[in-house]
Write a protein that binds this ligand. Structure first.
Ligand code: AP5
Length: 214
């Protein structure tokens, strides 16, 4: 299964992709996580990406497409994978089709997480993320057992640099201008299914399972 999770920042794509990984063993390809890890490792890719990410802008297509191409060819992704945060504009969606076509594969299903900006603002400003394993928490609704410590790996749980209110506003603007048209692209291919992403995490998981028939 090659599945795309499409939706605005904070809509729950990462939460659900991690559940698909844990419960089904489907690899999660998150361009955001890959870029943050490149920044932490001090690599050239991370150096180039950081300025864009800190401002809430998209990183240039040339940087992220290479990441996905490399991962999608790996042995661990041979049986399929879940794309979380990619494609993020129509050019990336077109390139993904070409890239998968060369491997004799295609995107099978696209799930669009539908949710309004006000809920996203509260989710993102309250989100805390594990520095090491990217596990996610929320200051009100999903607290770690010990304050500031990841339940899963014991590392520090911190606020992402781009989860500050002024950067969140920019990310939402970028979503509406550049990523929302990707839904139309997949609608044209009859692959798009929409779900109500305001529901609680378990209800969203149940909807995804229903859409995929799993
Ligand atoms: P990225 O890391 O992809 O961030 P994003 O798309 O902005 O998405 P988020 O991780 O913020 O949100 P999410 O939908 O995964 O929600 P989550 O599950 O965390 O990208 C960051 C940056 O990297 C971009 O701005 C860009 O610069 C760059 N980048 C990445 N990919 C790129 C690409 N392809 N091209 C160019 N640039 C790229 O949940 C959010 C919060 O809500 C959490 O606290 C969670 O606990 C909570 N929550 C989740 N689900 C629910 C629920 N159902 N009910 C209540 N709370 C919930």
């Amino acid at each position: 299964m090659i599945l795309v999770l499409l939706g605005p920042p904070g809509s729950g794509k990462g939460t659900q992709a991690k559940r698909l990984l844990t419960e089904r063993g489907w690899p999660q390809l998150s361009t955001g996580d890959m870029l943050r890890s490149a920044i932490q490792n001090g690599s050239e890719l991370g150096r180039q990406a950081k300025g864009f990410m800190d401002q809430g802008a998209l990183v240039p297509d040339s940087l992220v497409i290479g990441l996905i191409e490399e991962k999608s060819k790996s042995a661990e992704c041979a049986g399929g994978f879940v794309l979380d945060g990619f494609p993020r504009n129509v050019a990336q969606a077109e390139e993904l089709d070409r890239m998968l076509g060369r491997l004799g594969k295609q995107v099978e299903s696209v799930i669009s997480f539908e949710i309004g900006d006000e809920v996203l603002l509260s989710r993102l400003s309250g989100r805390r993320t594990c520095q090491k394993c990217s596990a996610m928490y929320h200051v009100d609704t999903m607290k770690p057992k010990a304050a500031g410590i990841c339940d899963k790996c014991g590392s520090a749980v911190v606020q992402r640099d781009d989860d500050r209110p002024e950067v969140i506003a920019k990310r939402l603007k970028v979503f509406h201008e550049q990523t929302a048209p990707v839904a139309k692209f997949y609608e044209g291919q009859r692959k798009l299914k929409r779900l109500d992403a305001t529901l609680a995490p378990d209800a969203v998981t149940a909807k995804i399972n229903g859409i995929l028939g799993i």
